[in-house]
Design a binder for this molecule. Structure first.
Ligand SMILES: [Fe+2]
Length: 300
């Protein structure tokens, strides 16, 4: 198993344990002792398994880590008055110019043979990191412009914020949209809605693939839920931000920039797109759909 992945999981579980101890008194007030003890057992078990890293399934580890995290957040949410503590433990917003590169939710080689390790390292560590840095710089420059009332260069920084911001947010979705255990097709409400919106899953897949294959130059294919039309739609984004609809929530995104496939597939984007379907993490897309559906605007 990838050592970096294991050490990031260890670091994460140490941090969450530290938060637990720091806020134990408050947690006791908000959650019953039994479920807190159960949660602590789960985390202890998780940490002890991390020591036998060789025999573990990383996707399973990631899913469990997410579940532990979700439960922990729930304990904080129950009747919590102490917003300061919550804010310190899980800050609810990213301060201006302080975005950070999210870790990959699996090792670099986890998506092989469909996307190789070399691409994933370059794509995540260099390209995505570049968008994070670019966004931070643009946000700070815009903040500076607001403070000094000097908006001469605003057009440039707005452009930079859109380009790097869209790049950062889309890549953050993209990593989780894929999984070594992906492929197949969605189920439940998402499948129903796909059938409603596109006729069938096959039709949707054809449409989405055609959108990806035909993005002019570089960009993305994006499945969106429109809270206003209450329908799914497939869009193309040129570069990251051109042609984007902003009043929508991306659910499933496919990176068709050359850096995402060229080292392995050369100019055969079609093959990459075709293989990509084998690693789609539909559980993640379903979760995003579930959350996105809570958004509703007046229909026009
Ligand atoms: Fe990319």
């Amino acid at each position: 198993m990838d050592e970096e992945f294991i050490s990031s999981m260890k670091k994460w579980s140490d941090e969450i344990l530290e938060s637990y101890h720091r806020s134990l008194d408050m947690l006791r007030e908000n959650a019953d002792a039994h479920s807190l003890a159960e949660w602590k057992d789960q985390l202890d078990q998780f940490q002890s398994e991390l020591k036998e890293a060789d025999s573990l399934d990383y996707t399973d580890l990631y899913v469990r880590a997410n579940e532990i995290h979700r439960q922990f957040e729930q304990y904080f949410a129950v009747g919590t008055e102490n917003e300061m503590l919550r804010a310190q433990t899980y800050s609810s917003s990213v301060p201006i110019g302080e975005h950070s590169l999210p870790p990959l939710p699996y090792p670099y080689d986890a998506l092989e043979p469909f996307i190789n390790q070399e691409i994933m390292r370059l794509h995540h560590d260099k390209h995505h990191k570049g968008y994070v840095d670019g966004l931070n710089k643009a946000e700070k420059e815009m903040q500076k412009a607001r403070m000094t009332n000097q908006f001469d260069l605003l057009k440039h920084w707005e452009r930079e914020a859109a380009f790097h911001g869209a790049g950062h947010y889309l890549h953050t979705i993209f990593w989780n949209n894929m999984s070594p255990k992906g492929g197949g097709q969605p189920s439940g409400m998402l499948l129903n809605e796909i059938n409603q919106s596109f006729g069938s899953f096959e039709k949707f897949k054809q449409h989405f693939s055609a959108a990806a294959n035909n993005v002019e130059a570089v960009g993305w294919a994006v499945l969106v839920w429109s809270p206003r039309s209450r329908r799914l739609e497939i869009l193309q984004a040129e570069k990251h931000q051109n042609l984007s609809q902003w009043d929508v929530v991306p659910l499933l995104v496919l990176d068709v920039w050359e850096h995402a496939y060229y080292l392995q597939y050369k100019n055969d984007r079609k093959k990459y797109v075709e293989n990509w379907w084998k690693i789609v993490n539909w559980r993640d897309v379903e979760n995003r759909f579930h959350e996105a559906q809570k958004l509703k605007w007046q229909p026009f």
